[in-house]
Design a binder for this molecule. Structure first.
Ligand code: MD3
Ligand code: FE
Length: 213
């Protein structure tokens, strides 16, 4: 007897040329990733940064790796030192690094060597407006993103701000690799809806791995 054809949750799905959704790839590692993120945040505390225009971001952020992404009145950039602690950013934990490298490999980007992981924490209602990631030196490297905790609706735009974004639901454990022609597409995240996640509570955490330098 034939089973009904259900969507296999672990089959890679191309979102666009160069953009691959790897559903559930982070599920097995999730509890270790969260322990390691907590250790990073113990040394480089969550903070709400300000845009160069003076707006407070609703997303709380920290970083690990050789460099970390920051924004303040001086602009958007990567730094070797956490301005909040005046110490180096915590090293990138192996659990994070290894998952990012494995995901990039699956999407066809062998040899990905992330030197930065920006960690975004979305409380209920937090969002990220449409933007491009272009503070990195070499756009030939992809960005790998890992979603943990509450689900969110990701906005995947075009090469100009004017193009209407498509909506991509992202769940706990999903990994997306953004490379090639997708690397400079506009993107954002709708306000996170209220809920409770068994491991994360009332929040979404997103890890974005970059080759910044
Ligand atoms: C598509 N973070 O930190 S990750 C960011 O869910 C950021 O926290 C979002 O955008 C989040 O900059 C989205 C997915 C992502 C990251 C980089 C991209 C998608 C991308 C670069 C190009 C195209
Ligand atoms: Fe981004």
């Amino acid at each position: 007897m034939q089973l009904p054809l259900l969507a296999d949750p672990r089959v890679p799905r191309a979102l666009a040329e160069g953009a691959w959704l790897l559903p559930g790839l982070a599920l097995d590692a999730a509890s270790q990733l969260l322990v390691d993120v907590a250790a990073v945040a113990a040394r480089a505390p969550w903070r709400h940064m300000h845009t160069p225009g003076g707006f407070r971001m609703s997303v709380a952020m920290t970083n690990c790796g050789a460099v970390g992404w920051v924004t303040d009145a001086q602009g958007y950039r990567y730094t070797e030192v956490d301005p909040a602690t005046e110490q180096a950013w915590p090293a990138m934990p192996a659990s994070l690094h290894d998952l990012a490298v494995r995901a990039a490999e699956r999407a066809g980007f062998s040899g990905f060597a992330p030197d930065a992981c920006l960690v975004n924490q979305y409380a209920v209602g937090a969002r990220m407006t449409l933007h491009q990631d272009k503070n990195e030196r070499d756009f030939s490297a992809p960005i790998v993103s890992v979603s943990l905790g509450l689900p969110a609706t990701f906005l995947f735009g075009g090469e100009t701000r004017a193009e209407r974004p498509t909506r991509v639901p992202l769940e706990h454990g999903d990994v997306v690799v953004w490379g090639g022609p997708a690397r400079l597409r506009f993107h954002g995240v709708l306000a996170v809806a209220d809920g409770q996640h068994a491991l994360v509570g009332a929040a979404r955490i997103n890890l974005t791995f970059r080759r910044a330098r």
